[in-house]
Design a protein. Structure first.
Length: 184
């Protein structure tokens, strides 16, 4: 994959993130509630947003993942992001990640975006297993992935050290065969 794929849904355009998106990223990633389970402190500077964009670009360049900017078709302004990271091609698996501006919570935007990238991952990236690692207190994200068909497999104790503490994470997964079997 050398050209960044643009994905379109009924309401959304999922596209490459550029430096011009930095002010929008700073706007929502500076929100304590948005960052509560993100693993980083809320952003305070444009430089932090530019670093985030650099990370998005590096995972695409290094083929370890891909991160799309979530935009509403009629606006074009970035309101969140979603994508794959920690891709392990030889095992046909990748982790999924997502976040959304608080102003757009509860509108089923994240679910619409996740559905599009899951389909893309299975159909175009030869992924067989998609994993989601979610903190036990992050009930909205758990409900979101469960609605997409993800299955909770277990608890990874003290799996990450973020924001000065060890975090437990639930491991969720969605297999390509899960989606194929439900389509019958």
């Amino acid at each position: 994959m050398t050209t960044f794929p643009v994905l379109e849904t009924e309401r959304l355009l999922l596209r490459n993130v550029t430096e011009e998106d930095a002010p929008h990223i700073l706007s929502y990633l500076s929100d304590e509630e948005v960052m509560k389970y993100y693993g980083l402190d809320p952003f305070q500077t444009l430089e932090e947003a530019l670093d985030e964009i650099s990370w998005y670009q590096s995972i695409f360049k290094n083929k370890t993942g891909i991160r799309w900017g979530i935009t509403l078709k009629e606006q074009g302004e970035m309101i969140g992001s979603c994508g794959f990271h920690n891709r392990v091609p030889q095992h046909y698996r990748s982790e999924i990640g997502f976040e959304l501006s608080k102003a757009h919570w509860g509108q089923k935007i994240a679910g619409e975006a996740i559905n599009a990238i899951v389909r893309y991952g299975f159909e175009q990236m030869e992924i067989h297993r998609i994993e989601a690692l979610i903190e036990p207190l992050n009930l909205p994200s758990q409900k979101l992935v469960e609605k997409q068909g993800f299955v909770r497999e277990g608890l990874l104790r003290n799996y990450e050290f973020t924001r000065g503490k060890f975090d437990d994470l639930y491991m969720y997964s969605l297999l390509k065969t899960d989606v194929e079997n439900t389509a019958i």
